[in-house]
Ligand binder design. Structure first.
Ligand SMILES: [Fe+2]
Length: 170
């Protein structure tokens, strides 16, 4: 998993930077912080049924908190921020694949639907798994939703310094 995290963060560096920028812009570092987005991306990568869907699910996972982030600013800005994220994607992602990702972003908080596209399926389950993680229990128990979850390194087998290095380059 460490190699996936590093490889994908490098491949999608522009998007990682943009997502982190938006998180910092809204000063939102709680249950839906960048760490959560990366965790969902990692789970999505594992869950998806084939290599291409894994990559798209990773991208969707990284972007998936956009609804929470935008709710702190203005719902009217959703499309602007979404366009900003999409503009960070490399040309190797086709317009049809972008549509799958955008659909997954819009559907991920809903109940399962037999018509869900494969990226949506992976994203829904990835988000649920991430929200079942022990960090949420710690945060809840401490009444500190903004606790920075560096313990997340256990989920990726990254060392703390590697994780900090990844995030500091974002
Ligand atoms: Fe989430």
């Amino acid at each position: 998993m460490r190699s996936v995290l590093i490889q994908m963060c490098e491949k999608y560096r522009k998007l990682v930077n943009e997502v982190q920028y938006i998180h910092r812009l809204v000063a939102f570092d709680g249950h839906h912080g960048l760490d959560h987005d990366l965790m969902v991306a990692q789970y999505g990568y594992l869950i998806a049924g084939d290599a291409r869907t894994s990559e798209l699910a990773w991208v969707a996972g990284l972007m998936h908190s956009i609804d929470r982030l935008i709710s702190l600013i203005s719902k009217q800005d959703v499309q602007t921020f979404l366009d900003g994220f999409i503009n960070c994607l490399p040309d190797s992602i086709s317009s049809e694949e972008i549509e799958l990702i955008v659909e997954a972003l819009g559907e991920h908080s809903k109940l399962n639907d037999p018509d869900d596209n494969p990226v949506t399926v992976a994203l829904k389950d990835a988000d649920r798994l991430a929200n079942l993680g022990f960090l949420n229990l710690i945060r809840g128990g401490q009444q500190r939703p903004n606790l920075h979850p560096l313990l997340w390194v256990f989920m990726t087998d990254c060392t703390q310094s590697q994780l900090l290095k990844i995030l500091s380059h974002a």
